[in-house]
Design a protein around this ligand. Structure first.
Ligand SMILES: [Ca+2]
Ligand SMILES: [Ca+2]
Ligand SMILES: [Ca+2]
Length: 224
């Protein structure tokens, strides 16, 4: 029996690249809201309804490496649509990504969260929002519909949001720093109104250490 156990261990050791395979996720909430940031990323064309809510920051030395979106898909012509309801950042300390925190600020109540999408390596550094312009008093408004992020290693990630409206310009970038926090502008739910839920978002950039650990290659590398 012991022989079988050690054989299994040996097989696991060969086929599992160590702790990199396991991911622990924990919501950071507002616990790290006082983390200092170096800049703020905004766009000028966010939706007009609602108010800025509260910032949520990744813990020190953690940066957003991926995201998911909460989206209410089309409800049809007779029902009220809200489209994009939330954006959740996945924060990691290094490229191993075996322990991550999430932050999302205030989130709407409609739709399901998508599977997270990650930069292959590196961190999120800027964003672009898809916003539906005002449809008028008798037509169904949705405000923000989708989001794209640029990774420090170049790929662009796009959420699986809805398709009303158009993308506006890219936000500013974090430069050598990385996105480390989020604050959403949300329209509060009105049972008798034309609801839009998430209208706008701003992200915070934090100073990035020059060295971080790459689990895959078991080395310390400089940030990209
Ligand atoms: Ca509708
Ligand atoms: Ca309307
Ligand atoms: Ca609506």
């Amino acid at each position: 029996m012991a022989g079988l156990f050690y054989t299994l261990l040996a097989v696991l050791a060969v086929f599992s690249p160590g702790l990199c395979e396991k991911t622990f996720l924990q919501s950071a909430g507002v616990a790290f809201k006082d983390r200092p940031h170096t800049s703020e990323l905004t766009v000028s064309y966010g939706g007009q309804w609602g108010n800025w809510t509260w910032p949520e920051m990744c813990p020190d030395n953690f940066f957003a490496v991926g995201f998911s979106v909460r989206v209410e898909h089309s409800q049809g012509p007779d029902l009220d649509d809200t489209a994009l309801n939330g954006i959740r950042l996945f924060c990691s300390k290094d490229d191993s990504r075996d322990f991550m925190y999430t932050v999302e600020s205030h989130t709407g109540y409609y739709g399901d969260w998508s599977e997270p999408q990650y930069c292959p390596t590196g961190v999120l550094t800027s964003f672009q929002l898809r916003v539906e312009p005002y449809q008028g008093p008798s037509a169904d408004d949705t405000a923000a519909n989708n989001i794209k992020f640029l990774c420090s290693t170049d790929p662009i990630l796009e959420g699986n949001g809805t398709e009303w409206g158009e993308y506006g310009d890219w936000s500013q970038g974090c430069g050598k720093d990385g996105i480390c926090g989020i604050d959403t502008k949300m329209e509060e739910y009105d049972p008798n109104g034309d609801n839009t839920s998430l209208n706008d978002v701003r992200f915070y950039c934090c100073l990035r250490s020059l060295l971080f650990y790459n689990c895959k290659y078991d080395i310390l590398i400089t940030s990209i």
